[in-house]
Design a protein around this ligand. Structure first.
Ligand code: NAI
Ligand code: 15L
Length: 276
């Protein structure tokens, strides 16, 4: 049995979702099932065991830090949505293992397996050091706000490498704040609704000839700082939601004065350094 209706031809026979047991993994799996015959769901063993499975799902526990496990995981995979890894600012060692080594292992395994496309969950924290309110496009120089943002920039570098040398296509999505609803004043600019996230992933997986594309991922927020309209049009992404509907209730919900309030990375500027 597979996930597809008789009317919808499969785009992929096997699609891999890493970080499947995380917040976004759980939210996007239903939309991904519609694109494939088999959805291979991967995460660390304990969180993966809590995930309810559907017919056509394959649960494959794997630690991104384990290169051999990643080789086995990518076997037979046409495309990947790579959400797995450390998703917050923090000390270097876990970020090194899951994000730097882990994403390297994933790309190496994809090269060996003949995988054609990877959608990489990058982050707005690649440019979290810019002032809030400053409009950016992906042509602006990176300005990571911590180890986490720098690790996502490394992932974007891998995406460029594997396209240039091995022809593996990637779409690196610098996701803003993907939540059911915006949660504070910053999110009036950074919010990515879960509906728009689903659409963006669909576009990133199916748009023709993406090569190595980097795009910010946010909704059509009136106050957004990221203006990637040309890239969005190339991917076919047309966001439906706008955080402005929450403005009255959220615009005074500000982070503490200082870099957290002034810079785009928000609360991550309040984490670290890690001397002890
Ligand atoms: P999350 O923390 O809920 O999910 C990440 C998943 O990765 C977890 O289930 C975790 O168990 C798994 N993971 C961590 N280390 C691993 C390892 N060594 N091997 C295998 N799996 C491992 O994060 P969330 O919010 O679902 O985000 C998903 C991705 O999107 C992350 O890569 C995050 O950096 C990125 N992102 C998320 C944003 C958001 O607004 N939620 C914004 C920008 C980027
Ligand atoms: C991210 O990269 C994080 O993974 C997510 O948890 C949020 O903090 C988001 O950025 C954000 O900037 O709001």
């Amino acid at each position: 049995m597979n996930h597809l209706s008789a009317a919808a031809p499969p785009v992929f026979s096997t699609l891999l979702l890493t970080g499947a047991a995380g917040m976004l993994g759980r939210a996007v799996a239903p939309g991904l099932r519609r694109l494939c015959q088999r959805l291979r769901l991967s995460d660390l063993p304990a969180p993966l065991a809590t995930l309810p499975l559907q017919p056509g799902d394959e649960a494959c526990p794997a630690d991104l830090a384990d290169a051999e496990a990643m080789n086995a995981l990518l076997h037979g995979v046409q495309a990947v949505v790579h959400l797995g890894g450390v998703s917050q600012e923090g000390p270097f060692a876990p970020i090194l293992a899951a994000n730097l080594a882990g994403t390297t292992h994933l790309y190496e395994a994809a090269r060996r397996a003949g995988t054609r496309r990877i959608v990489f969950a990058s982050s707005n924290h690649v440019t979290g050091g810019y002032p809030q309110g400053q409009n950016l496009t992906t042509a602006d120089a990176p300005r990571p706000d911590g180890f986490y943002g720098a690790s996502k920039l490394y992932g974007e570098g891998l995406a460029a490498l594997y396209w240039q040398r091995y022809g593996i296509e990637s779409v690196c999505l610098r996701i803003g704040s993907a939540t059911a609803e915006p949660t504070d004043a910053r999110a009036l600019a950074t919010w990515l609704s879960l509906r728009d996230l689903q659409q963006l992933l669909h576009c990133a997986l199916t748009a023709p000839r993406v090569g190595c594309t980097v795009a910010y991922g946010c909704s059509a927020n009136k106050r957004r700082w990221w203006h990637d309209e040309a890239t969005w049009a190339r991917l076919g992404y047309a966001p439906q939601d706008n955080a402005e509907a929450w403005a009255a209730q959220l615009q005074d919900l500000l982070l503490p004065e200082g870099p957290q309030r002034e810079l785009q990375g928000g609360s991550f500027l309040g984490i670290g350094p890690f001397d002890h």
